[in-house]
Design a protein around this ligand. Sequence first.
Ligand code: MG
Length: 387
Amino acid sequence: MTKRKINIFGTTGSVGQSTLKVLRESKEAYEFVTFSAHNNVDQLIADCLEFRPRYANVGNEKYFWKLKNALSHTNIILSYGKRSLLDLASIKVDWSMSAIIGFAGVEVSLRCAEYSNVLALANKEALVCAGNLLLDICKTNDTKLIPVDSEHSAIFQCLEGERRKDLQSIILTASGGPFRDWSLKEMESATLKQALKHPNWSMGTRITIDSASMFNKALELIEAMHLFGLNFSEVKVIIHPQSIIHSMVNFNDGSTLAQLSLPDMKGPIGYALNYPKRLNIDLENIDFTKLGSLEFFEPDKKKFPALDIVEKVGKNLDLGVIFNAAKEIALDKFISGEIAFLKMADLIEKTLEESSLINNISAMSQNATGIKELDELTREFAKKLKF
Ligand code: MG
């Protein structure tokens, strides 16, 4: 049997490591082509020694010597930097996991859309910043795009075998994060440490803070609009603290389908890997007798202004690049202690109103170069804002 050729971009991040956990269970079935990391060279070395990919790339040049020293006795072909990474993403493979965090993952995702049979997409920015372009490339190259974020995987699963026109709306669930029960007053002085205490999911630093502020949910809402061809009015967010229902779909006949599983990224990753089959992965089914109650609440938009601000983007998806870049800068400023937790929203809102940025967005969002330029201009502008 021919082995499936597999890439994992962002191997050492949280999704990359969960991907390896799933793949480890049936390692013999795969041929590993490219593994990549940005800074975490030690983990990359360990993963390369275990899985023996054909290529390994480290983003940060200063770690290349370490990678080279550790792997010189193997025949793994080593490189560093973005240009080499994009070349590696242009090798024909069966399945690519695109799990690089942040805007850096956009170009890699676009390449995977061109050269992989299946693109398992965990990088959020590819859809938020380049959604139309990404979907076009997938269509032209007959690439199957399978979302890996738990919410979008849930919706994707609920829509399997359904007619698009029977779909009425979708409900994205949100845990509510660590500040769900806090007052607005308390949230004003929320610290980094408090924002990092996610109740259900263990994830990287930036996405955990984005979950606490619900900017992550705002990004997911934009992603869902692209992925499933929905209008802003067809996507709702509700708080579901237990993170058991990963999202739901409402149909015209009054039915709602939901996807439930324990909160573990191995679920959506395994689904994207084995689609359309559901092969055994090491993940327990829910024991409903032990589950207790499931709760649902309307989110408070005063506490989570992200859900208000996103409406503007939802009504003009080309604003996604500006929204995302402003959010990244706001996050940097919160992490460094320059601004308070709730001020992140003010910074993003202000940036979305800047005419020098929004004037020619529709022209700029047509290709990767324009998107990158707009991203850079937005960051420059947002960095200068003071709150
Ligand atoms: Mg999610």
